[in-house]
Design a protein around this ligand. Structure first.
Ligand SMILES: [Ca+2]
Length: 360
């Protein structure tokens, strides 16, 4: 999970950027640079790291020698720096291409098996938190292919790098601060759970386990759903399932609320001000259907008139944009990753896996 602090106008960039940049860092020349640059960086000597250590000591009573040992051994990760850089501009957003990367046969088959294996746990999560099994399965599938891609970086290295070596971007200061906080949460998480901090693996951005929780979310929202006395989002599928459901419930999920209904744009200029205004209301529902009746129609009679919706657009490159009326439950998924594409992929993957199960 990457909780971007970008403005809503930059939605859909974060996840989209990954594939492009992954190719870039895989080249041989950059691997060579990585090795030489990493050898030059010694975080313990950095003034900013010393200040961070002092803060951890003062605020959390962390022993100095432990912190010195940790940052003496924290490594710079060049690929993390490359991967957080914004995607090159100009490439149009394409929902269908994005969806095809996540809703595909391998992931669907793995999802059917995962669902089968965890059926009782998923039902228990649904009862306790009101989040349907399909959404939990879809989310864990999109995040890590059910544990296949949980990341091979040391979380300490990834977070130290992004906290202190964030690339020069307009939002550098805010992002550095975000990762400093996550780094401190990681250290506290390891201490609280008596874990060797060097042993915790993550994505390049510090997201941990089957459901890719950032350390702050891990500490705040993860739950021990198999009741073995510890929270383990890396090994325990039950803990991951319960934690995803708890996270969504804490971020506005409402039991039995639908997710989204397709909408058709009424005859007007897609660039009209009123449409733009309706589309840019942030990650929340602001309108009743009647408020939008001059802009869009929905053929789906099931869309309740007494619910509030947000109007969202899913751009399709040169093909027509899709419009949807999204409920608060759709937006709860965007609290996990601030992207409409992401949320819709989670919903679609869950639906397709549910359908595949019935055909077995
Ligand atoms: Ca557990």
């Amino acid at each position: 999970m990457i909780l971007c602090t970008s403005a809503v106008g930059n939605l859909l960039l974060s996840h989209d950027a990954f594939a492009v940049n992954t190719k870039k860092v895989a080249s041989k020349s950059s691997q060579k640079n990585t090795q030489s640059k990493a050898a030059d960086v010694h975080y313990l000597e950095w003034q900013e790291v010393q200040s961070f250590i002092a803060e951890m000591q003062a605020q959390h009573q962390f022993p100095l020698d432990q912190l010195q040992h940790i940052f003496d051994n924290a490594r710079y990760v060049e690929s993390a720096v490359q991967l957080v850089k914004p995607a090159p501009p100009g490439k149009p957003k394409n929902w269908k291409a994005y969806r095809a990367r996540f809703v595909e046969n391998g992931r669907i088959a793995a999802g059917v098996t995962f669902w089968e294996r965890n059926q009782e746990t998923l039902q228990r999560a649904e009862r306790q938190f009101g989040v349907p099994a399909g959404i939990i399965v879809g989310l864990i599938g999109v995040e890590t292919i059910f544990g296949k891609n949980t990341g091979s970086f040391r979380a300490l290295d990834a977070l130290t790098t992004l906290a202190f070596s964030y690339p020069e971007t307009p939002n550098r200061e805010a992002r550095s601060q975000f990762f400093k906080n996550e780094l401190s949460q990681l250290l506290l998480f390891a201490r609280d759970n008596k874990l060797d901090v060097f042993s915790i693996k993550s994505s390049y951005a510090g997201a941990i386990g089957l459901a890719q929780f950032m350390p702050s979310s891990l500490r705040q929202h993860a739950v021990d759903f198999d009741s073995d006395g510890k929270i383990d989002l890396r090994e325990s599928e039950a803990d991951a399932i319960g934690s995803v459901a708890n996270y969504l419930a804490k971020h506005g999920w409402q039991k039995d609320l639908p997710f989204a209904f397709p909408a058709t744009l009424l005859d007007q200029d897609p660039a009209s001000l009123s449409l733009k205004d309706a589309l840019n209301r942030g990650l929340k529902s602001s309108f009743y259907i009647d408020d939008l009746k001059l802009l869009v129609s929905t053929a789906d009679d099931k869309a309740p008139r007494n619910l509030k919706y947000g109007l969202i657009d899913l751009q399709n490159g040169d093909d027509p944009t899709e419009y949807w009326l999204a409920t608060e439950n759709f937006f709860a998924i965007t609290k996990y990753n601030r992207s409409y594409f992401y949320a819709m992929s989670v919903i679609d993957l869950g639906n397709v896996i549910a359908l595949a199960r019935t055909k077995e």
